[in-house]
Write a protein that binds this ligand. Structure first.
Ligand SMILES: Cc1cc2nc3c(=O)[nH]c(=O)nc-3n(C[C@H](O)[C@H](O)[C@H](O)COP(=O)(O)OP(=O)(O)OC[C@H]3O[C@@H](n4cnc5c(N)ncnc54)[C@H](O)[C@@H]3O)c2cc1C
Length: 315
């Protein structure tokens, strides 16, 4: 009987779609699913978790004060305490910015093997599927050990409802603040209410073809109309047009939206490493021989400075 603990990410009092996807993935091969919730439980969160197949909801009841609650060492310790107490032999979370900070700490404290950026896992056998070498190969990685930890690529698995009766448990152990990490500040970024890059169903990204920072507002405006997240190639980031948080690729975020619209991006292997698992890729480019044009679902051939305003008009 595999007992999976799933670290839940929530926002505005709701479980993120991407976390529900992790539950759906875990439900394929685990017998018993436990949700580990760190930032407070609402009625809506409880209902969502039961709707998607969670048997036990654990409220880790971290202190309200952000300096303690958001301290990654405090969070990792809370997860590990729950995993030990509840005999969770599989721990899963998102390969999101938070997960990338948290899961390696959890794995280290549990002395367990970890694989990040999984697109599939079998919790019975410990086999994980993950992209490696900038997306050049899809690797199957076999983890061995009593307890295994997996980071799942956001949006790799669409959530599917699977209602079960869920019970809630509150764990109130003292969450001591470690002396070696002090959280000085927390910046939620300036996404201005837009969906985050790793969560978004639609991403519209810009590259060198935008030519300068002012023109990048075309991408931001289109993103707002589409309720999409704006993204960028490394060139756009290196040029200082947008912050690094928007970079997609090998050294940026790995994203799997339903639709990825690449504007003025050539489609380097390093960029592809971050978005090749998008369900649909649309390329807007004036060079028909650009690599992205051969690796997309829809080509829009032409000057983005004509095409984007036209799309805005149509929207
Ligand atoms: C170790 C390493 C890690 C890297 N990590 C990343 C990463 O994480 N993410 C990333 O993106 N890159 C990364 N890179 C950089 C990568 O190799 C490319 O240099 C980069 O992706 C190119 O960005 P681009 O497509 O915006 O620019 P370019 O390759 O210069 O392409 C610009 C495109 O815009 C088109 N264009 C120009 N004007 C217009 C117009 N008016 N209308 C329509 N189309 C137009 C051109 O035809 C061209 O195809 C990395 C490189 C290295 C070495």
């Amino acid at each position: 009987m595999k007992q999976a603990g799933i670290i839940i990410e929530a926002e505005h009092g709701q479980v993120k779609e991407t976390s529900l996807g992790v539950i759906t993935l875990a439900a394929k091969t685990a017998d018993f699913l436990t949700a580990l919730v760190m930032d407070g439980i609402t009625h809506e969160i409880t209902e969502q978790l039961a709707e998607y197949g969670i048997h036990t909801i654990v409220d880790l009841s971290l202190p309200e004060a952000p300096a303690i609650r958001l301290n990654p060492a405090v969070r990792a310790t809370a997860v590990v305490q729950a995993a030990r107490e509840l005999n969770l032999d599989r721990v899963l979370g998102l390969s999101s910015p938070e997960g990338k900070d948290l899961l390696p700490r959890v794995a280290a404290l549990l002395d367990a093997p970890l694989v990040m950026d999984c697109v599939d896992v079998d919790l019975n056998t410990g086999l994980a599927k993950t992209s490696q070498y900038s997306g050049k190969v899809m690797a199957q990685i076999q983890l061995t050990g009593e307890t295994l930890v997996f980071g799942v690529r956001p949006n790799a698995v669409p959530p599917e409802p699977r209602p079960v009766p869920a019970k809630t448990v509150v764990m109130t152990e003292n969450k001591a603040v470690p002396e070696n990490i002090t959280l000085l500040s927390w910046d939620n970024g300036d996404s201005e209410g837009r969906p985050s890059l790793v969560e978004a169903d639609i991403i519209i990204a810009g590259g060198r073809g935008l030519k300068n920072k002012d023109n990048f507002s075309l991408i931001i405006d289109c993103a707002e109309k589409l309720n999409a997240a704006p993204g960028a190639s490394r060139v756009a980031v290196d040029e200082g047009w947008v912050p690094y948080a928007l970079q997609v690729g090998q050294t940026g975020e790995k994203v799997s939206p339903q639709v990825y619209i690449a504007c003025g991006i050539s489609g380097s292997i390093q960029h592809f490493a971050g978005m090749k698992t998008a369900k649909m890729i649309i390329a807007v480019n004036k060079d028909e021989n650009a690599a992205i044009m051969a690796n997309c679902d829809y080509q829009v051939s032409g000057d983005l400075f004509d095409i984007l305003p036209e799309i805005m008009k149509q929207l």
